[in-house]
Design a protein around this ligand. Structure first.
Ligand SMILES: [Zn+2]
Length: 323
């Protein structure tokens, strides 16, 4: 369950239900500081696994000095609140864009729900509007005086010297405020959900997303391509080194998918839900269908921005047609 993947960098594997099966959270043990990267889902299993992992290293939550949340999905931020109760002095690092999305949702929960409902209905997903997936929204973390919302580009010195310096790189795409953490001297990247070795991250357009999540994601992949890395430690799956190959594969994957979606609307104007059906058929269940709808909309939006596709409103539904 625990693995020292590089000198003083520990990977804890915390369980998750469903296809993802687990999330990797990481612990950086520097001279004076102890940093946790992501927190795990708020489930009893996950909480126990996190406790057991720390205990095996003879550490306590109260030893934590820093907590990084790469983005606000429940498997990454879910246990933050509980951890902070036991680690009251740990500094929280979260991107300010991610924080404002959370704040917006939790300050006006009814509006957020209404927006989600309208999003389903306008895209023709009436079934999902009746039975929306649960657990989508995480509570907003409260910021203490030591906490600083990030913008990207920050250098955080966790111990003296270059080897103890970690850099924040903003990588919007998977979410609007996703970041990765780079150790330039050690050529190590903690990639969160931005770059995974075995699966492609969900790049979807949802209420609260940026205008063009897929375009943002492609640009964020380019940022990684420019780095000289030895190894990548992702939030799901195994560490990997062949990141340039992986980046090329993912860029190709999304280009291919853009053409597939374009082909799905040739002929007659269709809603995003109809595109989901023509690509995935009826084999997706509730949550996967939700992800597929977001993924479809991020690709359709890219095609709209490329002026290859035109969105049109009829009877409160959004249809897409070839330009
Ligand atoms: Zn995620």
């Amino acid at each position: 369950m625990i693995k020292e993947v590089a000198n003083k960098i520990y990977k804890f594997r915390l369980p998750m239900p469903g296809r993802l099966d687990h999330i990797n959270v990481y612990l950086l043990q520097e001279n004076q500081r102890l940093a946790l990267i992501d927190t795990g889902l708020p489930t009893p299993d996950s909480w126990k696994a996190l406790n057991d992992s720390l205990e095996a290293l003879n550490l306590h939550f109260s030893d934590l000095t820093d907590i990084f949340v790469t983005h606000s999905h429940p498997d990454h931020i879910g246990q933050l609140h509980r951890i902070r109760k036991h680690a009251p002095t740990a500094r929280l690092h979260i991107h300010r864009v991610e924080l404002s999305v959370l704040q917006e949702r939790s300050s006006k929960p009814e509006e957020a729900e209404q927006r989600l409902l309208e999003w389903f209905l306008s895209n023709g997903a009436n079934e999902m509007a009746l039975n929306p997936p649960s657990g989508l929204f995480s509570p907003t973390p409260e910021l203490g005086t030591e906490d600083r919302p990030l913008a990207g580009g920050e250098k955080l010195v966790l111990s003296e010297g270059l080897e103890g310096t970690w850099e924040i790189i903003w990588t919007p795409g998977h979410t609007a405020g996703h970041f990765v953490i780079l150790n330039r001297a050690r050529r190590i990247l903690l990639s969160g959900d931005h770059l995974l070795g075995g699966i492609s991250s969900n790049i979807g357009k949802y209420p609260g997303s940026t205008v063009d999540p897929l375009g943002d994601y492609m640009n964020s992949l380019q940022k990684i391509n420019e780095l000289d890395l030895q190894e990548i430690f992702p939030a799901h799956g195994l560490p990997f080194k062949n990141y340039r190959e992986r980046l090329a594969f993912l860029l190709e994957h999304h280009k291919h998918r853009l053409e597939k979606m374009y082909a799905a609307i040739e002929g007659q104007p269709v809603t995003a839900t109809e595109v989901v059906k023509s690509i995935w058929g009826d084999r997706l269940d509730g949550f996967d269908r939700f992800l597929a709808l977001g993924e479809t909309l991020s690709h359709l939006e890219r095609l709209v921005l490329e002026k290859r596709v035109i969105p049109e409103q009829h009877n409160n539904l959004t249809y897409y047609r070839v330009a």
